[in-house]
Design a protein around this ligand. Structure first.
Ligand code: SME
Length: 175
């Protein structure tokens, strides 16, 4: 697997777009499409209570909220280092989102020493992720870290909502 090429493709894909959510979505889709032998790839973002909440991803619908410090994702978030699990059944605290998943790698993304998000990849066979994959995937994720930090900042800042001129004309979804 040529992770250096994939990292260049990821950089090219996001280079001209300032919106972090759009870039994270395309990054997850690219990783899911191009890394062979995987069944899921995506982000979870750390919320103030410590839970990890689902972000942009490629693959089947997944668990939306992982409790603080729990699962492989929580272990990576708490330690601030990449976690590879060769056999999810042998990892006591694995959270099952898809029973097809058998091994997993989770790369945390940190800002000032604090985990703000993780990038999680699942594979449908045991021991899918080698040391070479770890190095390649860490470099790949490094190319999107600034977008993840931007989105984390946006999520933690109360948004100035765009006030509709009128909400009484019966159009749109107004809650
Ligand atoms: N298995 C993960 C949960 C996320 S899903 O795999 C998409 C975990 O144990 O943290």
């Amino acid at each position: 697997m040529d992770y250096a090429l994939l990292a260049r493709q990821a950089q090219a894909l996001v280079a001209d777009e300032p919106d972090p959510l759009a870039n994270l979505a395309n990054f997850a889709a690219l990783a899911f499409a191009e890394i062979p032998g995987i069944n899921w790839a995506g982000f979870y973002f750390a919320h103030p209570d410590g839970a990890l909440v689902l972000g942009p991803f490629g693959g089947k619908p997944a668990c939306t909220r992982l409790p603080s410090g729990r699962g492989v994702c929580g272990a990576a978030a708490v330690s601030g280092t990449t976690v590879i699990v060769d056999d999810v059944d042998a990892f006591g605290d694995h959270i099952v989102c898809d029973s097809a998943s058998q091994s997993e790698i989770v790369v945390p993304i940190l800002r000032d020493g604090t985990t703000i998000a993780v990038f999680d990849i699942d594979a449908p066979r045991k021991s899918r992720f080698t040391e070479e994959d770890r190095i390649g995937i860490e470099r790949l994720v490094a190319t999107i870290a600034s977008s993840a930090i931007q989105l984390a900042e946006a999520l933690s800042t109360p948004s100035e909502s765009i006030n509709a001129v009128t909400s009484s004309n019966g159009s749109g979804i107004d809650r």
